[in-house]
Design a protein around this ligand. Structure first.
Ligand code: FES
Length: 331
Protein backbone atom coordinates (compact mmCIF):
# COMPACT_ATOMS: atom_id res chain seq x y z
CA UNK A 1 0.00 0.00 0.00
CA UNK A 2 1.36 3.40 -0.85
CA UNK A 3 1.92 5.66 2.15
CA UNK A 4 2.81 8.69 0.15
CA UNK A 5 1.02 11.95 0.41
CA UNK A 6 -0.24 12.87 -3.00
CA UNK A 7 -1.72 16.02 -4.44
CA UNK A 8 -5.43 15.44 -5.10
CA UNK A 9 -6.35 15.44 -8.75
CA UNK A 10 -10.10 15.16 -8.31
CA UNK A 11 -11.06 15.32 -4.65
CA UNK A 12 -14.77 15.64 -5.48
CA UNK A 13 -15.07 19.01 -3.76
CA UNK A 14 -15.25 22.54 -5.19
CA UNK A 15 -12.03 23.78 -6.76
CA UNK A 16 -9.48 25.04 -4.30
CA UNK A 17 -9.40 28.85 -4.01
CA UNK A 18 -6.00 30.31 -3.28
CA UNK A 19 -5.64 32.98 -0.61
CA UNK A 20 -4.64 36.55 -1.31
CA UNK A 21 -1.58 36.19 0.91
CA UNK A 22 -0.28 33.42 -1.38
CA UNK A 23 0.16 35.75 -4.32
CA UNK A 24 0.21 39.28 -2.89
CA UNK A 25 3.30 40.20 -0.78
CA UNK A 26 1.40 43.13 0.76
CA UNK A 27 -1.42 40.85 1.95
CA UNK A 28 1.20 38.45 3.27
CA UNK A 29 2.88 41.22 5.32
CA UNK A 30 -0.51 42.38 6.58
CA UNK A 31 -1.41 38.88 7.74
CA UNK A 32 1.97 38.58 9.42
CA UNK A 33 1.34 41.80 11.37
CA UNK A 34 -2.13 40.60 12.37
CA UNK A 35 -0.67 37.37 13.75
CA UNK A 36 1.96 39.34 15.66
CA UNK A 37 -0.73 41.62 17.12
CA UNK A 38 -2.73 38.60 18.34
CA UNK A 39 0.34 37.09 20.01
CA UNK A 40 1.11 40.53 21.48
CA UNK A 41 -2.40 40.74 22.96
CA UNK A 42 -1.82 37.33 24.52
CA UNK A 43 1.32 38.70 26.16
CA UNK A 44 -0.69 41.66 27.49
CA UNK A 45 -3.22 39.21 29.00
CA UNK A 46 -0.45 37.32 30.77
CA UNK A 47 1.04 40.55 32.10
CA UNK A 48 -2.42 41.50 33.44
CA UNK A 49 -2.61 38.10 35.15
CA UNK A 50 0.84 38.53 36.72
CA UNK A 51 0.12 42.09 37.80
CA UNK A 52 -3.22 41.08 39.41
CA UNK A 53 -1.66 38.13 41.18
CA UNK A 54 1.25 40.02 42.70
CA UNK A 55 0.09 43.60 43.19
CA UNK A 56 -3.72 43.76 43.42
CA UNK A 57 -4.92 43.61 47.04
CA UNK A 58 -7.35 40.83 48.02
CA UNK A 59 -10.09 43.04 49.37
CA UNK A 60 -10.80 45.48 46.54
CA UNK A 61 -14.32 45.19 45.14
CA UNK A 62 -15.75 46.88 42.06
CA UNK A 63 -19.29 47.16 40.80
CA UNK A 64 -20.10 45.90 37.30
CA UNK A 65 -23.64 46.18 35.90
CA UNK A 66 -23.72 42.53 34.75
CA UNK A 67 -21.82 40.85 37.58
CA UNK A 68 -22.75 43.12 40.49
CA UNK A 69 -20.14 43.65 43.21
CA UNK A 70 -17.07 41.64 42.26
CA UNK A 71 -13.67 40.99 43.76
CA UNK A 72 -11.27 42.90 41.48
CA UNK A 73 -8.34 40.53 41.97
CA UNK A 74 -10.36 37.45 41.03
CA UNK A 75 -11.87 39.28 38.06
CA UNK A 76 -8.54 40.44 36.59
CA UNK A 77 -6.82 37.11 37.25
CA UNK A 78 -9.52 35.32 35.26
CA UNK A 79 -9.61 37.97 32.57
CA UNK A 80 -5.81 38.01 32.17
CA UNK A 81 -5.53 34.23 31.83
CA UNK A 82 -8.53 34.06 29.47
CA UNK A 83 -7.08 36.78 27.20
CA UNK A 84 -3.64 35.22 27.20
CA UNK A 85 -4.91 31.76 26.19
CA UNK A 86 -7.54 33.07 23.77
CA UNK A 87 -5.13 35.26 21.80
CA UNK A 88 -2.44 32.57 21.58
CA UNK A 89 -5.10 30.29 20.06
CA UNK A 90 -6.45 33.04 17.79
CA UNK A 91 -2.92 33.95 16.63
CA UNK A 92 -2.07 30.33 15.83
CA UNK A 93 -5.32 29.83 13.90
CA UNK A 94 -4.90 33.05 11.95
CA UNK A 95 -1.32 32.14 11.13
CA UNK A 96 -2.37 28.70 9.90
CA UNK A 97 -5.25 30.06 7.83
CA UNK A 98 -3.41 32.91 6.19
CA UNK A 99 0.29 32.05 5.97
CA UNK A 100 0.89 28.32 6.40
CA UNK A 101 1.18 26.24 3.19
CA UNK A 102 -2.23 25.91 1.58
CA UNK A 103 -2.38 22.66 -0.34
CA UNK A 104 -5.04 20.01 -0.35
CA UNK A 105 -3.45 16.59 0.01
CA UNK A 106 -4.62 13.05 0.55
CA UNK A 107 -2.96 10.67 3.00
CA UNK A 108 -3.52 7.01 2.20
CA UNK A 109 -4.55 4.77 5.12
CA UNK A 110 -1.88 2.45 6.39
CA UNK A 111 -0.90 0.31 9.37
CA UNK A 112 -0.59 2.01 12.72
CA UNK A 113 3.19 1.84 12.70
CA UNK A 114 4.67 3.50 9.70
CA UNK A 115 7.41 1.83 7.76
CA UNK A 116 10.89 3.15 8.33
CA UNK A 117 10.99 4.85 4.95
CA UNK A 118 7.69 6.64 5.77
CA UNK A 119 9.01 7.78 9.12
CA UNK A 120 12.02 9.24 7.40
CA UNK A 121 9.72 10.89 4.86
CA UNK A 122 7.65 12.32 7.71
CA UNK A 123 10.65 13.88 9.40
CA UNK A 124 11.77 15.30 6.08
CA UNK A 125 8.32 16.72 5.30
CA UNK A 126 7.99 18.16 8.84
CA UNK A 127 11.27 19.97 8.29
CA UNK A 128 10.05 21.12 4.92
CA UNK A 129 6.80 22.33 6.51
CA UNK A 130 8.71 24.29 9.15
CA UNK A 131 10.79 25.85 6.42
CA UNK A 132 7.68 26.60 4.34
CA UNK A 133 5.96 28.19 7.36
CA UNK A 134 8.78 30.65 7.15
CA UNK A 135 9.71 30.67 10.83
CA UNK A 136 13.26 31.40 9.80
CA UNK A 137 12.42 34.40 7.75
CA UNK A 138 9.32 35.61 9.67
CA UNK A 139 11.26 36.91 12.60
CA UNK A 140 8.38 39.15 13.76
CA UNK A 141 6.09 36.15 14.23
CA UNK A 142 8.89 34.09 15.72
CA UNK A 143 9.68 36.74 18.32
CA UNK A 144 6.06 37.54 19.22
CA UNK A 145 5.20 33.81 19.47
CA UNK A 146 8.24 33.26 21.67
CA UNK A 147 7.17 36.16 23.90
CA UNK A 148 3.57 34.98 24.29
CA UNK A 149 4.50 31.30 24.85
CA UNK A 150 7.25 32.27 27.27
CA UNK A 151 4.95 34.48 29.33
CA UNK A 152 2.02 32.06 29.35
CA UNK A 153 4.38 29.41 30.68
CA UNK A 154 5.03 31.67 33.67
CA UNK A 155 1.39 31.58 34.82
CA UNK A 156 1.42 28.06 36.31
CA UNK A 157 4.83 28.74 37.86
CA UNK A 158 3.40 31.78 39.55
CA UNK A 159 0.59 29.72 41.06
CA UNK A 160 3.18 27.57 42.85
CA UNK A 161 3.45 30.50 45.24
CA UNK A 162 0.05 29.41 46.63
CA UNK A 163 1.69 26.31 48.11
CA UNK A 164 3.30 28.43 50.77
CA UNK A 165 4.26 29.99 53.01
CA UNK A 166 2.81 28.27 56.08
CA UNK A 167 0.48 30.52 58.04
CA UNK A 168 3.06 30.77 60.83
CA UNK A 169 1.58 32.37 63.93
CA UNK A 170 -1.21 34.02 61.96
CA UNK A 171 -3.92 31.69 63.26
CA UNK A 172 -2.84 32.07 66.86
CA UNK A 173 -4.45 35.48 67.16
CA UNK A 174 -7.92 36.57 66.10
CA UNK A 175 -9.79 39.84 66.59
CA UNK A 176 -11.71 38.47 69.60
CA UNK A 177 -10.84 40.30 72.84
CA UNK A 178 -12.36 40.50 76.28
CA UNK A 179 -15.68 42.35 75.98
CA UNK A 180 -15.89 42.25 72.15
CA UNK A 181 -19.54 42.08 71.14
CA UNK A 182 -20.75 39.29 68.90
CA UNK A 183 -22.46 40.74 65.81
CA UNK A 184 -24.44 38.99 63.10
CA UNK A 185 -22.80 38.11 59.81
CA UNK A 186 -24.13 39.59 57.60
CA UNK A 187 -25.72 42.64 59.22
CA UNK A 188 -23.26 43.57 61.98
CA UNK A 189 -26.08 43.65 64.56
CA UNK A 190 -25.26 42.86 68.20
CA UNK A 191 -27.11 39.83 69.55
CA UNK A 192 -28.92 39.15 72.80
CA UNK A 193 -29.43 35.60 74.09
CA UNK A 194 -33.17 36.02 73.53
CA UNK A 195 -32.51 36.39 69.76
CA UNK A 196 -31.59 32.69 69.57
CA UNK A 197 -34.19 30.00 70.12
CA UNK A 198 -33.21 26.56 71.36
CA UNK A 199 -31.86 24.65 68.32
CA UNK A 200 -30.92 27.82 66.45
CA UNK A 201 -27.52 28.46 64.86
CA UNK A 202 -26.02 31.82 63.92
CA UNK A 203 -22.76 32.91 62.40
CA UNK A 204 -21.17 35.87 64.14
CA UNK A 205 -18.10 38.07 63.90
CA UNK A 206 -16.43 40.41 66.40
CA UNK A 207 -17.93 43.93 66.42
CA UNK A 208 -15.68 46.48 64.77
CA UNK A 209 -14.19 49.35 66.76
CA UNK A 210 -14.88 52.80 65.23
CA UNK A 211 -12.69 53.31 62.15
CA UNK A 212 -11.81 49.60 61.91
CA UNK A 213 -12.45 47.65 58.70
CA UNK A 214 -12.87 43.96 58.09
CA UNK A 215 -10.36 42.24 55.86
CA UNK A 216 -11.08 38.93 54.15
CA UNK A 217 -8.25 37.45 56.18
CA UNK A 218 -9.88 38.48 59.46
CA UNK A 219 -13.34 37.33 58.42
CA UNK A 220 -11.84 33.90 57.68
CA UNK A 221 -10.16 33.67 61.09
CA UNK A 222 -12.79 35.31 63.27
CA UNK A 223 -15.98 33.56 62.09
CA UNK A 224 -17.76 31.90 65.00
CA UNK A 225 -20.83 29.66 65.14
CA UNK A 226 -23.31 30.19 67.95
CA UNK A 227 -25.59 27.29 68.82
CA UNK A 228 -28.28 27.26 71.47
CA UNK A 229 -29.08 24.06 73.35
CA UNK A 230 -30.98 23.43 76.56
CA UNK A 231 -28.42 23.97 79.37
CA UNK A 232 -29.06 20.44 80.69
CA UNK A 233 -28.03 18.94 77.32
CA UNK A 234 -24.36 19.91 77.74
CA UNK A 235 -21.87 17.22 78.78
CA UNK A 236 -19.02 19.58 79.62
CA UNK A 237 -16.60 19.96 82.51
CA UNK A 238 -17.05 22.98 84.76
CA UNK A 239 -14.44 25.05 82.92
CA UNK A 240 -16.04 24.58 79.48
CA UNK A 241 -19.53 25.01 80.89
CA UNK A 242 -18.51 28.40 82.32
CA UNK A 243 -17.62 29.42 78.75
CA UNK A 244 -21.29 29.05 77.68
CA UNK A 245 -24.15 31.41 78.43
CA UNK A 246 -27.79 30.37 79.01
CA UNK A 247 -27.33 27.28 76.79
CA UNK A 248 -25.49 29.21 74.05
CA UNK A 249 -22.12 27.83 73.02
CA UNK A 250 -19.67 29.40 70.56
CA UNK A 251 -17.12 27.59 68.38
CA UNK A 252 -14.62 28.72 65.78
CA UNK A 253 -16.11 28.02 62.36
CA UNK A 254 -12.76 26.95 60.86
CA UNK A 255 -12.38 23.18 60.73
CA UNK A 256 -9.50 21.87 62.83
CA UNK A 257 -8.59 19.46 60.02
CA UNK A 258 -7.66 21.59 57.01
CA UNK A 259 -9.49 24.84 57.59
CA UNK A 260 -12.75 24.53 55.64
CA UNK A 261 -15.83 26.31 56.98
CA UNK A 262 -17.82 23.99 59.22
CA UNK A 263 -21.19 24.82 57.79
CA UNK A 264 -23.74 22.10 58.49
CA UNK A 265 -25.60 21.63 61.77
CA UNK A 266 -27.88 18.67 62.34
CA UNK A 267 -30.45 19.79 64.85
CA UNK A 268 -31.63 16.24 65.68
CA UNK A 269 -28.22 14.77 66.46
CA UNK A 270 -26.64 18.12 67.49
CA UNK A 271 -23.69 17.41 65.24
CA UNK A 272 -21.67 19.93 63.29
CA UNK A 273 -20.35 18.62 59.95
CA UNK A 274 -17.47 19.81 57.86
CA UNK A 275 -18.37 19.37 54.18
CA UNK A 276 -14.77 18.94 53.02
CA UNK A 277 -13.81 15.57 54.55
CA UNK A 278 -16.85 14.87 56.73
CA UNK A 279 -15.31 15.53 60.13
CA UNK A 280 -18.20 15.47 62.60
CA UNK A 281 -18.20 17.41 65.87
CA UNK A 282 -20.52 16.68 68.80
CA UNK A 283 -21.82 20.02 70.08
CA UNK A 284 -23.06 19.00 73.58
CA UNK A 285 -19.60 17.55 74.28
CA UNK A 286 -17.75 20.72 73.29
CA UNK A 287 -17.40 19.87 69.57
CA UNK A 288 -15.55 16.65 70.32
CA UNK A 289 -14.57 14.87 67.08
CA UNK A 290 -16.73 11.76 66.65
CA UNK A 291 -15.96 11.03 62.98
CA UNK A 292 -13.51 12.03 60.27
CA UNK A 293 -9.92 13.18 60.03
CA UNK A 294 -9.99 16.24 62.34
CA UNK A 295 -7.60 15.69 65.26
CA UNK A 296 -9.08 18.04 67.86
CA UNK A 297 -12.37 19.74 68.78
CA UNK A 298 -13.29 23.10 67.33
CA UNK A 299 -11.84 25.82 69.61
CA UNK A 300 -14.53 27.16 71.95
CA UNK A 301 -14.95 30.91 72.53
CA UNK A 302 -15.91 31.88 76.08
CA UNK A 303 -19.00 34.13 76.02
CA UNK A 304 -21.21 36.05 78.45
CA UNK A 305 -23.29 39.26 78.26
CA UNK A 306 -22.37 42.91 78.84
CA UNK A 307 -24.30 45.42 80.94
CA UNK A 308 -26.78 46.03 78.14
CA UNK A 309 -27.47 42.33 77.79
CA UNK A 310 -25.60 41.78 74.49
CA UNK A 311 -23.45 38.70 73.97
CA UNK A 312 -19.72 39.41 74.30
CA UNK A 313 -16.51 37.39 74.34
CA UNK A 314 -15.15 36.80 77.84
CA UNK A 315 -11.60 36.66 76.46
CA UNK A 316 -9.73 35.76 73.23
CA UNK A 317 -9.63 32.16 72.02
CA UNK A 318 -7.32 30.23 74.34
CA UNK A 319 -5.92 28.10 71.47
CA UNK A 320 -5.19 28.74 67.78
CA UNK A 321 -8.12 28.38 65.40
CA UNK A 322 -7.94 26.31 62.22
CA UNK A 323 -5.78 23.37 61.12
CA UNK A 324 -3.56 21.73 63.73
CA UNK A 325 -0.41 22.20 61.62
CA UNK A 326 1.65 23.42 64.57
CA UNK A 327 1.14 20.10 66.37
CA UNK A 328 2.67 18.25 63.42
CA UNK A 329 5.56 20.75 63.30
CA UNK A 330 6.40 20.20 66.94
CA UNK A 331 6.38 16.40 66.68
S1 FES B 1 -11.28 20.42 56.41
FE1 FES B 1 -12.88 19.77 57.63
S2 FES B 1 -12.79 17.68 57.55
FE2 FES B 1 -11.14 18.30 56.34
Amino acid sequence: MSHEIEAIKDPGVPAHVHRQADSDPKAEKKAERQVAILFGLSAVGTLLFIYSYIWLPEDVFIYLPVLGTTNAKQLFLGLGLALSLFFIGAGAIHWAKTLMPDEEVIAMRHEMRSEDSDRKDFVASAKEGAAAAGLGRRSLIKRSLGLSLGLVGLSPLLLLRDLGPLPGKDLETTSWKSGTRLVTDPGDRPIKPSDLEVGAVAQVLPALAPGEERTLNNIGKDAVLLIRLRPEEFQLDAEKLAMTHEGIIAFSKICSHMGCAVALYEQQTKHLLCPCHQSTFDVPRGAKVIFGPAARPLPQLAISVDQEGYLVAQRPFSEPVGPSYWERNSQ
